[in-house]
Design a protein around this ligand. Structure first.
Ligand code: FE2
Ligand code: FE2
Length: 299
């Protein structure tokens, strides 16, 4: 059986359009100061190079786990939309928003209405959303929420926590490979408390009971691999560095190609591609997610 190839990118932090007028939200101007300090960490040239490399590999689907913007302004949302339109057809790209995408502005599902075609197939901006693609069910959560100054925490609201168990159970019963998308890492210790997912224990309890085959996240700005307990064995949790990460400033740009094959259970192979020593895109490593997949029965 041919493999389903899922590309994972995160934390684009697209260079913001020039500022117009005065930012009224304190969180936005604080964040703008932070960005002025850190802007050299993200490069639009690097991002363009990474996207060209990703497109050349022709993945079946692309998961974007948040922080497309920096301050969540209307101009940035529109710019991110144009960037997504150029990336691939909307039914081949799924976006889970990040804390920077929710920095200020209105609450509620309509916050991400501009990105609706990339959130899921429901046609609205509610979460969780499910997308069925080949053997894969993408379960898209939203942990993006406005927070107090100096915090970058994530929140899974009650509606998502209530709908998720049944959703995972049904998709698992259908024998699909469930990939959960969320901006904030759900595993304790991957990021500091200031940046953590507040409902991480609740999400871990749901995953322990209902299972999932893989969790993909961003937010940490570094590659990470951890596990959460599942009903039939550990569930792998993968994080990827920023897609716009400039060389010499933290972890450089990288994306993951995740190959999923339904063969004697599930076979999962991850290829990490990113900025090599010469500043060009290169294969950084390739590994098989073997241990965690043992005991995960294919229905
Ligand atoms: Fe980020
Ligand atoms: Fe983030």
């Amino acid at each position: 059986m041919s493999a389903f190839r899922l590309a994972h990118i995160s934390d684009l932090h697209l260079t913001p359009p020039p500022r117009r007028g005065i930012e009224l939200a304190p969180k936005r101007w604080l964040s703008r100061f932070a960005w002025l300090r850190k802007r050299h960490r993200h490069s639009s040239d690097v991002l363009a190079t990474l996207v060209a490399d990703l497109k050349a590999q022709r993945p079946d689907h692309i998961a974007v786990t948040g922080d497309l913007t920096n301050f969540a302004t209307r101009e940035e949302f529109a710019a991110a939309r144009r960037w997504l339109e150029a990336l691939a057809p909307a039914d081949q790209v799924t976006v889970s928003p990040g804390n920077h995408d929710a920095l200020a502005g209105a609450r509620g599902p309509e916050r991400f209405a501009e990105w609706r075609p990339w959130l899921g197939d429901e046609g609205d901006a509610s979460f969780p959303q499910v997308r069925l693609r080949g053997p894969v069910a993408l379960v898209n959560l939203c942990s993006a929420t406005p927070t107090a100054l100096h915090l970058a925490q994530g929140v899974l609201d009650a509606a998502q926590l209530e709908r998720l168990p049944q959703m995972l159970r049904r998709l698992g019963g259908e024998g699909l490979f469930r990939v959960v998308l969320i901006h904030h890492p759900p595993t304790a210790g991957v990021v500091s408390r200031r940046k953590s997912l507040r409902q991480a224990p609740e999400l871990a309890a749901i995953l322990r009971a209902e299972g999932a085959e893989l969790v993909l996240h961003g937010h940490a700005h570094e590659a990470s691999m951890s596990t959460l307990a599942g009903p039939q064995g550990p569930i792998l949790v993968l994080g990827v560095p920023p897609a716009s990460g400039a060389a010499g400033h933290g972890e450089a740009a990288r994306w993951h190609e995740i190959e999923i094959t339904a063969e004697k259970g599930w076979q999962v192979r991850v290829t990490a591609r990113g900025l090599g020593a010469g500043g060009e895109m290169a294969e950084l490593g390739r590994y098989r997610l073997a241990a965690a997949m043992e005991g995960v029965a294919q229905g």
